[in-house]
Design a protein around this ligand. Sequence first.
Ligand code: 7PM
Length: 304
Amino acid sequence: MSSPWPQRQHRLTFGFPVPGGVRTPDGWEVVWTGCAVMGILNVTPDSFSDGGRHAGLEAALAHARTMRAAGAFMIDVGGESTRPGADPVPADVEVDRLRPVLRALAGGGVLLSVDTLKPEVARAALEAGAHLVNDVSGLRNPGMVAVCAEAGAAACVMHMQGEPRTMQHAPHYGDVVAEVHRYLRTQAARVRAAGVPSVLLDPGLGFGKTVEHNLALLRALPDLTGGEWPVLVGASRKGMIGRLGDVPVASERDPGSLALHLHAARQGAAMVRVHAVAEHVQALRVQAALDTPRQETGPLQSPA
Ligand code: 7PM
């Protein structure tokens, strides 16, 4: 019997050469099988789960290199905390945090994304070596679409209700799954039509959503992962893991985050955004082996 959770192939296309990219008529294409890991690199002094330990350049680079060695497929560099209740950071401050990190990591053989809401920050980050723009507002700002299209950068289109400062006050939906999926599909089509070479879709767990909203979106994941675009899921150390796992301290939520991300991978997620890279890479490799049909793994070894 074949596996109920086949390891699917995913692809992203870029308008410029990227690590692991193969030249095609459409651009430089990166293809992978199963669920890849995006490692979170916060370069904010107030990053919520590590108290800003990686704010210094050297510490940030060391953390990035550790994640790359552990098997991270992409590193997501963020200079502005998008956590609920966070105050916005001026663009020049955000660029000053991101630029040295991206310059140092560019050419290091790992895909780099930049987590920002601001087109001018995204432009500076792409010039400094980022390949993909991770915009938690889903490229609502037309300026952000223009920056990605001009640079040939891929984009992550995430769903967020409201804005980071107030989004968790009273999240409300008629039908959360229908509304989030419709938003993602509409934005993906709009962004592609404007010339952005490819997109990742992200339901945006915790971004203007209650735990029940998040669970409804996770149950409906096959509907999203069955579509045209690779899907990114990010639950690492978030409030829902705290609530469901009864873990008040964010830095202690990796086991619950891993459980949720393994589930997402089995529902077809192409990538998970995580703090604990080594743990996720190891667990996803084991899961991939379990989900690979026998004939693809070759003959069983006879006992020695
Ligand atoms: C507090 C709560 C602080 C949440 C930081 C966060 C996502 C993201 C973030 C996500 C994509 C974090 C989040 N979450 N980008 N950026 N998807 N694409 O966990 O789920 O770092 S910020």
